[in-house]
Design a protein around this ligand. Structure first.
Ligand SMILES: [Zn+2]
Ligand SMILES: [Zn+2]
Length: 372
């Protein structure tokens, strides 16, 4: 980074422009006065929590004045959302929230944009790594980026989740909303009277079901001459039908008779491909703070845009989350080959402003940055 180039100041000035133009209705959420809000800023570490606002207009005023780097609100509803003590907040229920993030999913593009460094021996490599291949240390520093492929992979997981919620839990699509997480995935919010008061255990049951945990093989299989076959056909509801449809595809339509061990392997494969890759911690937490829709993500400069389910199925998700128009001339050292929908090279280049801002906010080594 050359002298005079201050990424925090540049980032903040773009965020200020963005929040100046944002309308109160863009940041409106249901039961608005019952939500806790939280912020972190460009200056200093830590999060400012336990804030509450009477109206979306009050919140948008606050965003304009303080220009936060990250904005969150509670999935929970409280009688006293600004109380500092959790017990004094008066929990009245919470939306059911799912977090889908490609951090937890294998994607083919990570080799192109992610890298890692072992903190113990200094080994480095492309892609993702949990354990150093050289010294076996698990102390790994990761540099992660998001590209269009990542977002499309995350979208496919969201569609799987929606299918579970609709068909297996009877939740109507009108009760679901989907928001870009601002980084490598999406949040799915369910707002329904029936679910609002559900505690942690009930939410954990939903997570386990969606991930296909604890499926009882004996319930699924029946003994026949020569081995076992599925007890249910593809018209069955829930996981039974899902496994049957998967097996039909896998066996090109023939009825499979296999031994128990082979079935076990096949069912495990099916569960890992058909289950939705959700982050359990987020769904189970009934006091969760989650990124506010239409706010900007402080490490990407991308907008946490809301998507209808029809919009989610369209191919150009990225266009909806870009918050800045225009171009920039940047000089960068050591960059990923691809970020968002842009191919990069080292050195000086003219790229869209949203991509330049992402490089800047996510800590790329930028030598110069000029808005065109
Ligand atoms: Zn190592
Ligand atoms: Zn990617």
């Amino acid at each position: 980074m050359n002298r005079g180039l201050d990424p925090t100041a540049i980032g903040k000035s773009f965020f200020r422009d963005y929040y100046r133009k944002l309308n109160p209705e863009d940041v409106d959420v249901s039961s608005f006065p019952m939500r806790e809000f939280a912020f972190s800023y460009f200056e200093g570490a830590g999060m400012q929590r336990h804030e509450a606002f009477r109206t979306p207009a009050d919140l948008s005023e606050h965003l304009r004045h303080t220009v936060p780097r990250h904005v969150y609100y509670s999935s929970a509803y409280y009688t006293n959302p600004s109380a500092k003590d959790m017990d004094a907040k008066g929990w009245q229920g919470a939306d059911l929230v799912f977090d889908i993030d490609v951090d937890h999913v294998k994607t083919p593009c990570k080799e192109l944009h992610d890298s890692w460094t072992c903190k113990k021996c200094g080994a480095t490599g492309q892609g993702t790594c949990e354990k150093c291949p050289k010294c076996s240390s698990e102390s790994i520093e990761k540099e992660v980026w998001v590209c269009e492929t990542c977002i499309n992979v995350a979208r496919d997981e969201v569609l799987k989740l929606i299918e579970f919620l609709e068909n297996d839990f009877g939740i109507s699509k009108d009760e679901m909303s989907v928001t870009f997480s601002g980084h490598r995935g999406f949040h799915v919010h369910v707002e329904s009277e029936a679910i609002r008061s559900l505690g942690q255990d009930g939410r954990r049951e939903i997570v386990d079901y969606v991930k296909g945990l604890g499926l009882d093989y004996k319930q699924i299989l029946v003994r026949v001459p020569g081995g076992f076959k599925l007890r249910f056909d593809s018209s069955a509801s829930g996981w039974y039908g899902r496994i049957a449809r998967w097996a039909t595809l896998y066996s090109s339509g023939n009825e499979l008779v296999m031994d128990l061990k082979t079935w076990q392997i096949a069912i495990e494969k099916c569960v890992s491909s058909e289950g939705a890759a959700i982050d359990e911690k987020v769904t189970v937490d009934i006091h969760r703070l989650i990124r506010l829709k239409n706010s900007l993500h402080g490490k990407t400069g991308l907008k946490a845009a809301a998507f209808s389910i029809e919009e989610l199925e369209s191919q150009h998700l990225l266009n909806r989350v870009k918050a800045f128009k225009g171009e920039a001339l940047v000089e960068v050292k050591r960059v990923p080959q691809v970020v968002l929908d842009i191919n990069l090279k080292e050195g000086r280049q003219r790229i869209p402003l949203y991509a330049a801002l992402y490089l800047l906010l996510n800590g790329a080594e930028i030598v110069s940055f000029q808005v065109l």
